[in-house]
Design a protein around this ligand. Sequence first.
Ligand code: ADP
Ligand code: MG
Length: 247
Amino acid sequence: MSTSIEQVSQKYRGLRFNRIAEQLPALLSQAEANEISYLDFAEQLVDHEQQQRNDKRLQLNLRKAGFPMIKHLEEFDYRHQTSITKRQLNQLLDFSFLDDRANLVFIGPPGVGKTHLAIGIGHKAIEAGYKVLFSTALALVEMLELAQLKGELKKKITSLSKFDLLIIDELGYLPMNRQANYNLFQLINSLYEYRSVIITTNKNFTDWGEFFIDDNVAVPIVDRLIHHSHIFMLGGESYRLKAKRVK
Ligand code: ADP
Ligand code: MG
């Protein structure tokens, strides 16, 4: 009795090789048409399954990262933003900075591409297999405050430490109260030399005291963040204004 393709597909499905199950008829007829070897065919099947699992993991990790929007580095215009070169940026994309637990800090006025770069790098890091979380500083501080009120600050920090890279966007737009300072300090302290952070901010380090209220907190936070970090001072005019003018 010969088995049908459908029956074989069912068996693959039973073992959760869903991609092979779906594609089996097409893969079989392609293999027959191209007269590929048994070994090549065996490899093709497993490659198909692997590919789909990788895609799924990528989609899941992108969702988990919580990017507010998708930005690609390929769309970044280095002619407009001349404070950073494509070469400098590409050097970051071997992700040795993540392996070295180094940080990136993008400093500059509004609209110069800080968030675009942070999301673009985060996206590439996920593609390279790293776990990334994006949060605005405000949302992060609120998240920590909520955890702290529930007596779960430590637990929250532990769960945030599972990410290889934490992107904190827009640090310094609003001043924080003493408790928020303290919570953020606890987080930065736990991540120090253990995980990487990307910070975007409109304020120079010397002005960080303004939003950390307490210099006793600002100084050690700045210290930890800039130790082992690549700092990019972005300048120029806002890309948003340029886009408006062109219209
Ligand atoms: P920032 O975070 O510095 O305030 P954004 O990264 O949000 O600025 O940039 C504002 C808008 O302009 C975004 O839509 C972003 O994609 C775009 N943008 C900024 N700089 C560039 C650039 N050099 N090339 C392409 N798009 C840019
Ligand atoms: Mg921004």
